[in-house]
Design a protein around this ligand. Structure first.
Ligand SMILES: [Zn+2]
Ligand SMILES: [Zn+2]
Length: 145
């Protein structure tokens, strides 16, 4: 699955006129395989062995390019550590309050909520964000020991 996603992502970059550098290729590949909503810092640490001249700022700039062409979503949580999500389809997030892990889950049908919100508020709705908070199975297991 990931090779197809990578190919499609690279095609999107080409169509948008974005140059595909080895670093951009590696960052995309990491995002697709990680499934962990990494921070720019985590991506940097994972790839610094491969690209010794790359800085966190470079990673961040590349992520911004990906965001502009719609390949990644930036999830901000009010602090400096934005997390980056490779955009596949509409999905929601369950977030662990103990370790901060973010897990994807798919759930259909919330477009109705957007329509309703638009109807009652008069807003031109662009998107919505739903997050479920709790304790992940790993943390729950640690606690019970
Ligand atoms: Zn946890
Ligand atoms: Zn996600």
């Amino acid at each position: 699955m990931s090779t197809n996603q990578l190919k499609e992502a690279l095609d999107t970059l080409k169509e948008s006129g974005v140059r595909i550098t080895p670093q951009r290729h590696a960052i995309l590949e990491y995002l697709i395989n990680a499934m962990s909503h990494p921070t720019a810092d985590e991506i940097y640490k994972a790839l610094e062995g491969k690209f010794p001249n790359m800085s966190v700022a470079t990673v961040y700039n590349n992520l911004r390019v990906f965001r502009e062409v719609g390949l990644v979503k930036e999830l901000t949580y009010g602090d400096s550590s934005s997390r980056f999500d490779f955009v596949t389809n509409d999905h929601y997030h369950a977030i662990c309050e103990d370790c901060g892990k973010i897990v994807d889950f798919a759930y259909p049908g919330l477009n109705e909520v957007e329509q309703f919100a638009s109807h009652v508020s008069g807003f031109n709705v662009s998107h919505h964000r739903l997050e479920i908070y709790g304790v992940c199975p790993d943390c729950a297991a640690k606690k019970s020991h």
